[in-house]
Design a protein around this ligand. Structure first.
Ligand code: CP
Length: 310
């Protein structure tokens, strides 16, 4: 898939390395605009629709911030209460309606594949803001930006992904994207929550050095990036299965004692108890900067898709 104007963002697997690097470089230029230090009104008059069928803080607000910083405006709903979804309106019909009110549609939905389905019913660009346990491609772009900006590049990084790798859409998307780079990966998860087979096979097919373990303490000292994720209670069909693995990993000062000084700890957030608050004050913590990076990265994407400029 080439070119950005009018493009859907459904899966990070649709993005080549060249595409990813184009977004990261544009995002870098957007940082002063994202901070309110430079004006950019190149999306003035354009309307972004944000349809959130599931809860969100960062993704929704950073998309809103990004669009408004670029002079555009935002409509949408956050939770289906008060919308015609409650009367039984289908996703297809909702999208058909919203396309006549907006220039692009951001969709978060509990069902895997929902964004791809939505894109079949509209000519407007659809941006997947998380589809169940599927993908979260814009999160991946901001994750890649954080690593790239921190290290001056992504190649050569030793990266561990930790936590709920089975249901975690952020780690699925991130693994697909990292296959475009020269990195070493370790998947750390309890039995039953390891990375889905198709994602592992994709990484292996791309020749990535790949290890899988349950023991986080053994891998920390050799890492450049520790990417921690929440065990997602809401994705477990059986609450007893959740109870068995809740709290299994906790990143704290003790765990990081033997880590490289340059190790960065990332987390897509929200966290529950998997990163101790004491880590926030260490030189390793990057999760709040990572969350901020969602604004320039989403500005870059919106600008490239809707015809703005950096
Ligand atoms: N990282 C992320 O998707 O956060 P929200 O669920 O708050 O949007």
């Amino acid at each position: 898939m080439g070119g950005f104007p009018g493009r859907d963002v459904l899966s990070i697997a649709d993005f080549s390395r060249k595409d990813i690097e184009a977004v990261l470089k544009t995002a870098k230029k957007m940082v002063p605009v994202a901070r309110g230090e430079r004006a950019n009104r190149t999306l003035e008059g354009r309307i972004l629709a944000t349809l959130f069928y599931e809860p969100s803080t960062r993704t929704r607000l950073s998309f809103e911030s990004a669009m408004k910083r670029l002079g555009g405006s935002v409509i949408g709903f956050y939770g289906t209460e008060g919308t015609s979804v409650m009367k039984g309106e289908t996703l297809a019909d909702t999208v058909r309606m919203v396309e006549s009110y907006s220039d692009a549609i951001v969709l978060r939905h509990p069902q895997e594949g929902a964004a791809r389905l939505a894109a079949e019913f509209t000519d407007r660009p659809v941006i997947n803001a998380g589809d169940g346990a599927g993908q979260h491609p814009t999160q991946t772009l901001l994750d890649l930006y954080t690593i790239w900006d921190e290290r001056g590049g992504i190649d050569g990084a030793k990266i561990a992904l930790v936590g709920d790798l089975k249901y975690g859409r952020t780690v699925h998307s991130l693994t697909y994207a990292l296959c475009e780079f020269d990195v070493e990966l370790t998947f750390v998860a309890p039995a039953g929550l390891q990375m889905p087979k198709e994602v592992v096979e994709h990484a292996r097919a791309h020749g990535l050095p790949l290890a899988m373990t349950e023991d986080l303490s053994k891998v920390v000292k050799d890492l450049d990036v520790l990417y921690v994720t929440r065990i997602q209670k809401e994705r477990f069909p059986d609450p007893q299965e959740y109870a068995k693995v809740a709290g299994v990993y906790r990143v704290d000062a003790g765990l990081l004692r033997d880590a490289r000084k340059s190790l960065v700890v990332m987390h897509p957030l929200p966290r529950v108890d998997e990163v101790a608050p004491e880590v926030d004050a260490t030189a390793h913590a990057r999760y709040f900067e990572q969350a901020f990076n969602g604004v320039p990265v989403r500005m870059a994407l919106l600008s490239m898709i809707l015809g703005g400029s950096a």
